[in-house]
Ligand binder design. Structure first.
Ligand code: GLN
Length: 361
């Protein structure tokens, strides 16, 4: 059956529904992901909450869905737009086909869309809202809530405190919608991790006696967390901190910096990042629309350490004296390259040196 992606600016793209046809229009911010693989991780990464994802690779589904590459317990995207759908599971680890999985969770899927045309439109006009509908005239943006207006973090954050691993460094992970790979990367680096809800008070975290704080990735506009910035600032001032993506944006805001929206975001596994200290470029996995505004960091105590080679946007910062690693890219990879996995080891070294200072103080 025919289906349409209608953009907020009125542009329409015809495709066909695969699986259930949604009764009501499905809406979200339309973003595109450029990786050739990684659809399973993208579908289940909580940072994609509230978004309709266009996959630019023209064939999606051919290696099926396995048991290990989930980034959370269920798909988080609002809808999926692809060119060709493969229902094979041509991989020895596949346990479901792509279509079975997406149908099981009732995720709207439109195939046979001219995804190149959609991406060109977004690249020239900027990221915008869209609706997936069976008839173009069903699409109406009268009550459309933009991603900036939605509080998505509370929907994906844990409701209960959870503990994982038995490493020798205790990290409290503040969950704004964390990817499982961040947790496993911390455990592999030798950490015991306590995951806490996004709005946990400072005193509760302090009572857990952490060696370090992990501020996670998450969906939507970091400014939705304005009410919690004093807690984030206090955490960074008192504990070695690793902040990734949304977490990094929150650190900038907490110290008086600002964030802004990129024209169409970075989503994929081929984003080159320059380490200004080492004068080295490495490839990174990324998934974000918002970015720290470089000029706003003046007087905050932070300086830029990492820059995006393509558009020179801020990819990470370091503080003049506080032990904090703050990165926009995803060192945990999944999907994409793990070239920056050393960030987790650097975080452990940071916790170690702070621990030593305390012992010898
Ligand atoms: N992966 C993330 O944490 C994304 C951060 C934020 N939601 C953005 O789009 O910029």
């Amino acid at each position: 059956m025919k289906g349409y992606l209608v953009l907020e600016n009125g542009d329409q793209f015809e495709g066909s529904w695969i699986g259930q046809v949604p009764e009501k229009p499905v809406e979200g911010e339309v973003v595109f992901f450029t990786g050739m693989t990684g659809y399973q991780e993208v579908l289940t990464d909580p940072s994609f909450k509230g978004q309709i994802v266009v996959f630019t690779y023209p064939l999606i589904g051919n290696y099926g869905i396995n048991e290990t590459d989930f980034e959370s317990v269920k798909p988080q995207v609002s809808g999926v737009i692809i060119c060709e759908s493969s229902d094979g599971n041509h991989h020895y680890e596949a346990v479901h086909t792509f279509q079975e999985y997406i149908q099981k969770w009732n995720i709207p899927l439109l195939a046979h869309i001219d995804t190149r045309a959609v991406v060109r439109r977004i690249r020239t006009q900027g990221v915008m809202g869209g609706q997936m509908v069976s008839h173009p005239e069903q699409a109406t943006f009268e009550n459309y809530q933009t991603i900036e207006e939605k509080m998505l973090i509370s929907e994906v954050s844990t409701k209960e405190i959870q503990s994982y691993g038995d490493g020798s460094y205790h990290v409290v992970l503040v969950d704004f919608g964390y990817k499982k790979s961040i947790l496993t990367s911390l455990m592999e680096a030798g950490c015991k991790v306590t995951v806490v809800p996004y709005n946990t008070p400072y005193e509760t975290i302090q009572a857990m006696r952490p060696d370090g704080i992990m501020l996670s990735n998450g969906p939507g506009d970091p400014k939705q967390m304005e009410f919690h910035l004093p807690v984030i600032k206090k955490l960074v001032q008192n504990y070695p901190t690793l902040a990734i993506c949304l977490g990094h944006q929150l650190v900038a805001l907490a110290f008086g910096g600002n964030t802004k929206k990129l024209k169409f975001g970075h989503r994929g596994g081929n984003q080159p990042v320059m380490d200004l200290d080492q004068k080295k470029v490495f490839m990174t996995s990324q998934n974000h629309t918002f970015v720290v505004d470089e000029d706003s960091l003046k007087g905050t105590g932070f300086r830029i350490r990492y820059l995006n080679v393509n558009d020179k946007s801020v990819e990470g910062m370091t503080h003049l004296h506080l032990p904090v690693i703050s990165v926009q890219f995803h060192p945990e990879a999944h999907p994409g390259p793990s070239d920056s996995a050393w960030i987790f080891d650097d975080f452990v070294s940071l916790m170690n040196s702070v621990r030593r200072e305390k012992v010898y103080a």
